[in-house]
Structures are given as C-alpha cells and as structure tokens.
Design a protein around this ligand. Structure first.
Ligand code: NAD
Length: 477
C-alpha cells in the first residue's frame, strides 16, 4: 500500500523508485495530509503567520544571501523579493477565510429542488521547483498559494543560487514541521529523483526546455502541473508617449537584477519617428540610475554564473551604441543598447536574460504586431502609447501571458491579477487568490432533495419521455 502511494508503479516507462532518497519525506507528508490536519482555516493561518515570522527573523540572512548570489542591493532585495513576499502573505492572511468558503452557484430549474456549491479542496502533496533569478519570490510565491490552499509541500530551490537556497532551507526547517513543508536542496540528480515520486501537484518555474522535462514527468503520473516559463517579452514603443517616463520605466524593467528577470522587456520595437529621441533618453537615464561607470554602482547586480556571463557576453554584437563593457572577474556586464538589430541576430534567437537591450525600428504598428505573432507567445508584452486605438489593436491582435501598458513588470506584482504564461511561456497562473485557486481542486457539490423525482429520465424510454427531455434541455437549463 505504501509503495502504491509513493511511487508511480503503473507507468512502465518509470521504474519503481524503491530506495528513492526522498520517498520517506513524501510518505510522511502524505500521511499528514490524509490525517486532514492541514485543511482547517486555523492551521493554514498559523502556517501563514509562521512564514511571515520566518521572513522577519531571516530578513538579514536573506539580504546577505541575495547579495552573495546576485549582488542585489538591499532596496532591490526588499522591493522584489522580501518585502513583496511579506505583503503577499498579509494579503492571503486577510482573505483566506473568504477564499475557503464554498462558492454558491445557480442551480438550473431542471435540477430543482437542489443547491449547488463549488468547494475548494487542497490537492495534497505538492512539489515546487524554483529558479535562481528571484530565488526568494519564485520559491515562496508558489509556496504561499500551496499553503493557503492547505497543501503539504516539498520545495526544491535552485542550486545555482546556493546562498539563498541554504537560507530558505534554514527558514523552513526552523518554522515548519517537515510533515507539512520541507526543503530538498540540490540540482538535476535530486530533482530527477523527486520527479520519480508521486505528486498531487507539480509547480515549476524555470526555462522552457526544462519545463518540457517537468511536463513529461507530470504526464507520466497525471499530476496537475503549472509551468511558469520564460521567453522573449517584446516592448512596443509608439510615438505618442511621455518620453521621460517611458525611458525610466524601460530602464528599470530591463536592468533590475541585471536583466535576469523572466518578464524583463527583452527587446524594443520602436516607432521610427521617436527612435532617436528615445535612444538619447535611455542613455541619459542609464547614466542617471547607475552613474558614468555602472560597474561602480552599488545598485546594479551581477550575472549569476560564468556560464550565463559567457552566454550573455556572446550576444553583444553589431551596432552597439551604448555600454558593451564586460568584466569576467566580477561577472559584470554593463547596461548595453544595440541598435538596428536584425531579426536573425544572435541576440534575437534566445531569451536574453541579461542587461542587453536590442532595438528594432517599425513604421506601422501592424509590422510590430506581425513581428510578435511570428514568434512564440511571450510571458509579457509591453506597450508604451497614449493612443487608445493602438492599445486596443495590440491587445486584440497578440497573445501573451500578460500585458502592461505604459509600464514594465508591475502587472505581475498585483495580487489581484493572475500571473502566468501562455503557449511556450507556460501554463497556469498564481498570485493572491489565483495561487489559492491553482492549488485547489474546484470540487462541484450538488445536493438534491428527495422531492419531485422526474420519472422521464428513467428507462424504459418512449417518445413522450424523449419529448420531455428535449423540452427540459431547451427551457429549464
Ligand atoms: P532552469 O529551468 O534551468 O532551472 C529551474 C529549476 O529546474 C532549478 O531548480 C533546477 O535545479 C531544475 N532543473 C534544471 N535542469 C533540470 C533537469 N534536467 N531536470 C529536472 N530539473 C532540472 O531555469 P533557471 O536557469 O533557474 O531560470 C531561468 C529561466 O526561468 C528563464 O527562462 C526565466 O525566464 C524563467 N523564469 C520564469 C519565471 C516565471 O514566473 N514565468 C520566473 C523566473 C524565471
């Protein structure tokens, strides 16, 4: 019985993972989940409080770890990782009782007398795999959804951000019972072993290629799965804009975390009438943010690893009109602008995930739309325009995980909106209520009365009964 629960035995492609180093952790979590202890509002609220306390207690440790891993400044660490997580925990604490209430829905006349409710049921034991770029937010953000919905969780932080991974483990070990939540540190071998176990939910954030591996592992065991992936998020800059604010918001979105942001504006499609002015303003803004020598700025992060440093450095090619300086010893890459970029350029063949901003010019907004639609569906699409017709045209004629108009990145931080991708940029979403929904099975419960039993639905059938069913389906549902 235990093995049935813990391993995916029915799959011939997937060997029984006896001796799996993590089987015992998952077995204990499943026993705990099956005890029903994680389902009450009181238990969940207690866990949310624990998480908040863990963040307060380890605030400094997290700051130090984020500095070691990515050289994030304290302000950036607070705004994009620690502070935002605390705000989200508080939001969930405020709303959890309301979200947990079964939702009343209409009962069609044909089913009367009766009532209909949608219950929110936790899936069970979830696996949450996270990347290194926002190693706090992208780990604990999904955890927050899982916890609010009453699931147990095993967390697998990225091995590429080892300092933050270690602090996350310390926080969870100190504040949570491992039967409810625990951290498994490690890389591909550990994740591969984890994926052999049976899960009730798998939540993955990372690159599209690894996303395929995760989806296959989930498919083998029919585990529901969310994939938060990446891609090239385009930014269209129309001619009808506030130049100053546009440049600031673009530079912020592009260079925060040294460009290593899943929703960073990857490249610009700029109306030819405004291009030159925008370029000048972007240069000015970079100087204003990071000084004449950005390498000396305490506010500009570093590239996470030598592998990514070399990958990004190799993308700097062609008409480099600003920046371009690199320093291997620090894994420093300057904010860089490349103009007149060809769609075939190296920098346009992959998600940049670094501080390089390619610029492509357009004359007519239809060209920009066609350019975007020729490529995989992006995680985010940005548009800077004061023109309502242009805005509507772009929203109606493109597909992306989300859209943010006259701003970058902010849309993903609102707990009132779902954040997630579409097509190659992922499937499923989270944030606030949407994280709770993701980790809850929406279970419809219809309760009928014993009164008014409609005989026409029972055999033996005849023409009269068929006519009644036809009438009922047309008029009463
Ligand atoms: P990644 O896909 O390399 O790694 C993510 C996680 O998968 C890590 O925990 C890693 O240990 C694990 N992993 C790596 N290879 C594996 C394998 N072969 N089998 C099983 N597990 C494996 O991603 P990354 O480099 O850490 O992050 C960068 C990518 O993540 C970018 O593409 C970025 O756009 C994307 N991202 C997306 C979001 C989002 O919310 N949509 C957020 C952050 C990052």
């Amino acid at each position: 019985m235990t093995q049935d629960i813990e391993t995916v035995e029915s799959q011939p492609q997937q060997p029984v993972s006896s001796g799996n180093p993590f089987a015992e952790i998952v077995r204990k979590q499943r026993d705990f989940f099956n005890s029903g202890a994680s389902k009450s509002a009181e238990f969940r609220i207690k866990q949310l409080k624990n998480l908040k306390e863990a963040f307060h207690k380890h605030h400094e440790n997290l700051e130090k770890a984020l500095y070691e891993d990515l050289r994030k400044s304290k302000t950036e660490a607070f705004a994009t990782e620690i502070g935002i997580m605390i705000a989200e925990i508080e939001h969930n604490m405020k709303n959890i009782r309301k979200w947990m209430q079964p939702k009343k829905v209409k009962t069609p006349l044909f089913f009367m007398p009766g009532k209909s409710r949608i219950h929110y049921e936790p899936f069970g034991v979830s696996l949450i795999i996270s990347p290194w770029n926002y190693p706090v937010k992208n780990l604990f953000g999904p955890v927050l959804g899982a916890m609010t919905a009453g699931n147990c969780s095993v967390l697998k932080p990225s091995e590429v951000s080892p300092y933050t991974s270690a602090v996350a483990k310390k926080m969870v070990d100190e504040f949570f019972d491992p039967e409810f939540m625990t951290v498994v540190e490690g890389g591909v071998p550990e994740t591969s072993e984890l994926l052999k176990l049976k899960w009730d939910y798998i939540f993955f954030t990372g690159g599209t290629e690894i996303g395929r591996i995760i989806y296959q592992a989930a498919a083998k065991q029919l585990a529901p799965c969310t994939l938060e992936l990446g891609g090239k998020s385009p930014t269209i800059v129309d001619k009808d804009i506030n130049l100053d604010v546009t440049a600031k918001r673009l530079c912020w979105g592009k260079f925060v975390n040294a460009g290593q942001t899943c929703v960073a504006p990857d490249y610009l499609l700029v109306h030819k009438d405004i291009k030159q002015k925008l370029i000048e303003k972007l240069k000015e803004t970079i100087n204003e943010f990071y000084g004449e020598n950005p390498a000396e700025s305490p506010d500009l992060g570093r590239i996470i690893s030598d592998r990514h440093y070399n990958r990004i450095k190799n993308l700097i090619d062609g008409d480099v009109i600003f920046g371009g300086q690199c320093d291997e010893s620090q894994r420093y890459i300057a904010p860089t602008i490349i103009d007149n970029v060809s769609p075939d350029a190296k920098v346009m063949q992959q998600e940049i995930f670094g501080p390089i901003l390619p610029i492509i010019e357009y004359e007519n907004v239809d060209e920009a739309i066609a350019f975007i639609n020729d490529r995989e569906k992006p995680l985010a699409l940005y548009l800077f325009s004061n023109n309502e017709n242009v805005r509507r045209k772009i929203i109606d004629n493109t597909s992306s995980g989300g859209v943010c108009i006259n701003e970058t990145i902010m849309h993903m931080a609102s707990p009132e909106m779902p954040f997630g991708g579409v097509g190659n940029s992922g499937m499923g979403a989270y944030n606030g209520r949407f994280g709770f929904d993701t980790f809850s099975h929406k279970k419809p419960v219809m309760t009928r009365s014993f009164l008014f039993d409609v005989k026409q639905k029972y055999a033996p059938f005849n023409a009269k009964k068929l006519n009644f069913v036809k009438f009922a389906l047309k008029r009463l549902i």
